[in-house]
Each structure stands twice: as structure tokens, then as C-alpha cells.
Design a protein around this ligand. Structure first.
Ligand SMILES: [Zn+2]
Length: 423
């Protein structure tokens, strides 16, 4: 028991250092939308902090098109009135094509995080940072602990009248879907009546459908302003995790110097950029290093952390990117076991549809064992009230959540090292 108490004390101290670093960085650089100077300068500071403790530190630039990720919203908002007009003119094939293109872009870019329209959006340069702490003997496995330093765009619908969030999104998205279905049905009907390419007066049933769709127009147009041009301070999402990475580097370096090194496990402490633009930084990192034995091993674990706000809500994701990517249930179960053995509450669960994705997905897609630790209520109904708002400040983070995250990560890494040593 004394050992656990010591570990918790140490983790609490490390957590406080991490929180101080977050306050300091936000004070100096403000919000950190990817590609902005504040974001890159934060990455530079993280790299220099890591270099105190790591065997090797890299800053890696990559290019991305951050506006593409939510670009589907404005595309659909633009297509909607045109498609609706086509319904009124009895030209449903055109509305079907327009809505079909818009919805496909939404599905590929936003449900699946694929890069289909990126090239048409302005390019910026992002910067990933990572450091490695090498084991005493040969490397048999690698654990990547990761966070992201870029911050999110403020979601206006969370800031203004957040209780109406689901109604506003539901009305807007519902209108897109209903308009698409109406276009499809009207197209089929007109194919059989031979008027699919002729302007005319729609049948009364389609007029009845077009009226509410026209009434919904103002709600659709409001979606244009879903994401603001402003970035959040992004303390809990997710600079705190990058700051924890620095503390972990320091911890493992310090332990090694005190005769308590890891034996066969390399620890990579990573802070990615471009997470809020669709996991683009993590994607670049795993593409670059997937087969690079200097950084990753055939056996690699990714302990990703995102949004560690409240200890009581701590959990591990077992799937990612709206349910389309499987994470490691084995690793999640291990982590939950570690948490409970230390007296913390934790559980594992799949990601809820339409809540997005985390950087762990990119590790999993590269073939590695990955989980994301999160600590906030995570569904569309009761998300943390600071998430993607200007209130995502250091005060919003419960120090206990940071302490627990650190101690679970440390134990996970030490147990994994002990397991390979004896295998
Ligand atoms: Zn995040």
C-alpha cells in the first residue's frame, strides 16, 4: 500500500507541474489553431522541454488543409437552397445529385476522416514533436504516450444556447437528409411519368414536402456559423496531455539515472498537431515512422490521452472515428485493471457515433495496439460544458484526472516492460 501511496504522491506532483506548464503556455501563446504561430511556438517549447529528458527529440513539419475537415458544412449549406429550388421546379434529379455529392463529402471527410476535398482548401504547415527515452538494453517494444497541442475552433453552438445544440444540429442535418430522400423519391416518380428533365409544377405530395424544407431554411443557413474562426484555449483538449508527456519523459529519465531504468521498452513522448483538423498530425507521424525501428517497434502500444477533465468520468475508448476503427480491447482492459488496482474508477467503451475521433485511431490504422484515455462525459447530450469553448482553461481540469492519468500511464509502461523482460 505504501508503494501505491508514493506513486500517487509523485503523480500528483507531476500533474501540478503539467498544469503549471499549460497555464504558462496558454498565457504566452493563447489559442493554437493548427498552422498559426501560437501553435508552432507551443510545439517549439514542448520540443525544448522534452530535449532536457529525452535521448532524441524531433520536430517534424507536415502540410495539411485544416478547413477541409468541417468544409462539408458550408458545402451542404450552399447546396441546400439550390437543391430545394430544383424540387420546387420539379427537377429532382439535380437536387439528388447536389445533395448526394454533399452527403458523400460529409461521410468521407467527417464520418471517416478521409482526405477527399483537402486539396481545394488553403494549405498550412503543422508541427509534430516527439522525444524518445531509450531502455537500458535492446528495444523489444515501444510505448507511444501521446497528446495534441493544437486547439479546436470554438463551436459556436456550444457557446450560445448549448441546451439547443442537438435541436439545432438535428434540424439542420435532418433537413439535408429529408431533402435527399425527397429528391430520390421525386426522381423515381418522374422517371416513371417521363418528366425528369422538364421544369414543371411538382405533384402535391412534393409540394407538401417542400414547404417544411423551405421553412427549415433559416436553421440550415445558421449551420454556416457552426465553427468560429477563433481557437479555444485548449487546456483540457488537449495541451494538458502534451504537458503530461513532458513530465513522463522527466520521470523515466530520472528513474534511469537512479538505477531504475526500463529494460527493453522505448518510450516515445509525442505531441501531435492537426488533431482538431482530422487527426492529420498523428496520421503523418505513423505514416513516417511505422516501419522506422529507430522510433517504433513491431510491437508498439499507443497510450493516447485526450480531454482528461474529470477523474470521475475516466474511461478508455475501444473504438474510434465514429466507430469505424477498432482500438485495442486488450489494452483497454489492462488499463482499466491498472486503474482499479490503484483505487480509481475507470471503464472502457466504444466511441459514440458522431462524436468524432482521436489520434489513437491513426496508431490503430498503422497496425498498433492503441487506446485513448478520456475523462469527461462523452456523448452529444452531456459533454463537458467547456469542450470546444473559450472556457477550456486550466481551471476546467480536475488535477485528480491528471494525477490518475499519469499514474495509470506509468504503471502501464512499467508492467509492459516487466512482461517483456520475463518473456
Ligand atoms: Zn482533442
Amino acid at each position: 500500500m505504501a508503494k501505491v501511496r508514493m506513486e500517487k504522491l509523485q503523480a500528483a506532483r507531476m500533474g501540478n507541474h503539467a498544469l503549471e506548464m499549460v497555464s504558462d503556455l496558454i498565457g504566452r501563446f493563447g489559442s493554437r489553431l493548427t498552422g498559426t504561430p501560437g501553435c508552432t511556438q507551443t510545439a517549439e517549447v514542448l520540443a525544448s522541454e522534452l530535449s532536457t529528458y529525452c535521448n532524441r527529440v524531433e520536430k517534424e513539419e507536415f502540410s495539411l488543409h485544416p478547413k477541409a475537415f468541417l468544409g462539408w458544412i458550408r458545402i451542404l449549406v450552399t447546396l441546400y437552397p439550390v437543391a430545394l429550388l430544383c424540387i420546387w421546379l420539379s427537377l429532382p434529379l439535380f437536387s439528388l445529385l447536389l445533395m448526394g455529392v454533399g452527403l458523400l463529402i460529409m461521410v468521407y471527410e467527417f464520418f471517416l476522416y478521409r482526405e477527399v476535398i483537402d486539396r481545394w482548401y488553403p494549405k498550412v504547415t503543422g508541427m509534430n514533436v516527439f522525444g524518445t527515452v531509450e531502455p537500458e538494453q535492446d528495444v523489444r517494444q515501444t510505448v507511444v504516450f501521446s497528446g495534441h497541442h493544437d486547439s479546436a475552433r470554438v463551436f459556436n453552438f456550444y457557446t450560445h444556447k448549448p441546451h439547443l445544440y442537438m435541436v439545432r444540429i438535428g434540424t439542420g442535418l435532418g433537413a439535408f437528409l429529408v431533402l435527399s430522400v425527397v429528391s430520390l423519391v421525386q426522381t423515381i416518380v418522374e422517371i416513371f411519368t417521363g418528366g425528369v428533365f422538364a421544369i414543371g409544377v411538382p405533384a402535391w405530395a412534393f409540394i407538401m414536402a417542400a414547404i417544411p424544407l423551405t421553412v427549415a431554411l433559416p436553421w440550415v443557413i445558421k449551420l454556416w456559423f457552426f465553427a468560429s474562426e477563433e481557437g479555444t484555449p485548449g487546456a483540457g483538449d488537449n495541451l494538458i496531455s502534451s504537458a503530461m508527456a513532458v513530465q513522463l519523459a522527466r520521470y523515466f529519465k530520472h528513474n534511469a539515472e537512479n538505477g531504475n531504468p526500463l529494460h527493453h521498452t522505448r518510450v516515445v513522448l509525442a505531441s501531435f498537431d492537426g488533431e482538431e483538423a482530422g487527426l492529420r498530425g498523428a496520421r503523418d507521424f505513423y505514416a513516417r515512422h511505422r516501419n522506422d525501428p529507430e522510433v517504433l517497434s513491431a510491437k508498439t502500444w499507443n497510450f493516447n490521452v485526450d480531454c482528461p477533465y474529470q477523474a470521475k468520468d475516466l474511461f478508455f475508448l475501444t473504438s474510434d472515428i465514429n466507430g469505424s476503427v477498432k482500438l485495442s480491447q486488450e489494452m483497454a482492459t489492462k488499463c482499466v485493471g491498472i486503474a482499479q488496482s490503484m483505487g480509481y474508477e475507470a471503464f472502457s467503451q466504444p466511441i459514440a457515433f458522431l462524436t468524432g475521433g482521436t489520434d489513437a485511431a491513426e496508431a490503430a490504422k498503422a497496425g498498433f495496439e492503441a487506446v485513448s484515455l478520456m475523462a469527461m462525459p462523452w456523448d452529444n447530450k452531456e459533454r463537458s460544458s467547456v469542450y470546444h469553448t473559450p472556457n477550456d482553461l486550466p481551471e476546467a481540469i480536475d488535477p485528480k484526472a491528471v494525477e490518475e492519468t499519469l499514474s495509470i500511464a506509468i504503471r502501464f509502461i512499467e508492467q509492459a516492460d516487466a512482461a517483456v523482460q520475463h518473456s
